[in-house]
Design a protein around this ligand. Structure first.
Ligand SMILES: Cc1ncc(COP(=O)(O)O)c(C=O)c1O
Length: 440
């Protein structure tokens, strides 16, 4: 189909996510992709610096992952997972058990990051009910956290500010501060101490009634690529543990190497009771997610009656194609070359951010966590629907760079196959934008 015809049909028939259809530019029609490059209808290459919404781990259309999906599709494409099981699912759980933090290994499958979070919240609440403590029903979350777009996930992430239209639907969640920090931030310790102090005071009053706390370890993504230090995370987890509160770590974004180690939890040396994984789980090839629970939590659901069981499931639970993709992606992740690539990306980020911060006063709060780099552009109105945000997206796309700033926060979160030359091209585009105020 010609690109013009495709776009006309798209305009008539398709409803795009997070898009104001009246004012948004026409979407880019992508025909194919390979490595870090997307190719549009005219054959133009666009460098994917956001891993297509943070999912693509090893590059697009990776031959090993494509092969694994193809072979699995010819054997078993889907089967109900209540009352049935299959080798790709069991093999995936077995492989993950070898690398997950804190010996976590009891895997509950669902379809995306939001459902992984819904499952975690529901499991936490029911666990206390099953244990005869239904009074533990409060949830605790952290300022600027984002956990997805379903109702429970929105409730936990309400402070991200995306959910005004549905405020009436959301259940109350206690929200505590996070000391977001950056390179050269001199007040980190003071803000960490203040945040831990606020948590102590909150737990003093509500600790005994709190079922679980949920947070994104080390990197709050959609809330603005805000980063905190491993020591703060350790402090939070220790305080929650001391009160018997279940710890849910949402590693939907950070999982599978984004922050350096295989999981951000490992970076901080903490182990949750429930771990949410998605996005990079299948290397970004297919939608699938996991909520991984401790054995102790799983034990709370065992008994003679069905009422103690977790009565929750999705049509495509543990889809064999997704499992096959995840296994192939794990092979790539565990290859030592992948860790070297991630370390190389981090070095490039650090070198470039230092240069940009020194050259442009508009670069605020530069920060790096593993393969993710971010900074804010000084502006009077850096919001999501702002003119600056629209100009930056246009400016980058015109240079063949897929970079989608969050408000005024520019970030790079590339697939691990991105080359140094490609990163240099991206940063050169950013420098040019800063030079010109992102005006064409
Ligand atoms: C930390 C985190 N949790 C949950 C989600 C929701 O995932 P999904 O969009 O797959 O529902 C996201 C999505 O960006 C995320 O970054």
């Amino acid at each position: 189909m010609e690109t013009a015809a495709l776009l006309e049909l798209d305009r008539a028939l398709v409803w795009h996510p997070f898009t104001q259809a009246r004012t948004a530019p026409a979407p880019v029609a992508i025909r194919s992709a390979s490595g870090a490059l997307l190719v549009d209808g005219e054959g133009r290459e666009i460098l994917d610096l956001i891993s297509s919404w943070w999912v693509t781990l090893h590059g697009h259309a990776h031959p090993a992952i494509a092969r694994a999906i193809g072979e699995q599709a010819g054997r078993l494409e889907q089967v109900i997972f209540a009352g049935c099981t299959h080798e790709p699912a069991v093999a995936l759980c077995q492989r993950l058990a070898g690398i997950l933090p804190g010996g976590l290994r009891r895997c509950f499958f669902s379809d995306n990051g939001s459902t992984a979070v819904e499952v975690a919240l529901k499991l936490a609440l029911q666990a206390w009910r099953n244990l005869g403590e239904p009074g533990r029903a409060r949830f605790l979350a952290f300022e600027g956290g984002y956990h997805g777009d379903t109702v429970g996930a929105m409730s936990a992430g309400a402070s991200s500010g995306f959910f005004e239209a549905w405020r009436g639907l959301l259940f109350p969640v206690d929200v505590l501060p996070v000391p977001a920090t950056w390179l050269g931030d001199e007040r980190t310790e003071a803000r960490e101490a203040a945040a831990l102090d606020a948590l102590d005071r909150h737990l003093e009053r509500h600790g005994a009634g709190t079922a679980a706390a949920i947070l994104e370890p080390l990197l709050q993504g959609a809330g603005g690529m805000r980063m905190h230090r491993p020591g703060f995370l350790r402090g939070v987890v220790a305080r929650l543990r001391a009160r018997g509160i279940l710890v849910i770590l949402d590693e939907v974004l950070t999982g599978f190497g984004r922050t350096g180690r295989h999981f951000a939890s490992l970076e901080a040396g903490v182990a949750p009771d429930l771990l949410c994984l998605s996005k990079g789980l299948t290397g970004g090839a297919l939608p699938m997610s996991l909520t991984v629970a401790s054995e102790a939590l799983h034990a709370a659901f065992l008994g003679e009656g069905i009422d103690r069981a977790f009565l929750h499931g999705h049509s495509f639970t543990a889809n064999p194609l997704g499992c096959a993709a995840a296994l192939a992606s794990l092979d790539l992740l565990l290859d030592p070359a992948c860790a070297l690539a991630r370390a190389r990306i981090e070095r490039r980020h650090r070198a470039w951010l230092g240069r940009l911060a020194a050259a442009f006063p508009a670069v605020l709060r530069p920060r790096v966590q593993g393969t993710v780099a971010a900074f804010e552009v000084a502006a009077p109105d850096p919001g999501c629907g702002s003119d600056l945000n629209a100009r930056m997206k246009r400016f980058f796309l015109a240079r063949g760079l897929l970079i989608r700033p969050l408000g005024g926060t520019v970030y790079l979160l590339p697939p691990y196959c991105v080359t140094d030359a490609q990163l240099d091209r991206a940063y050169a585009g950013i420098a040019e934008g800063l030079e010109r105020g992102f005006a064409e």
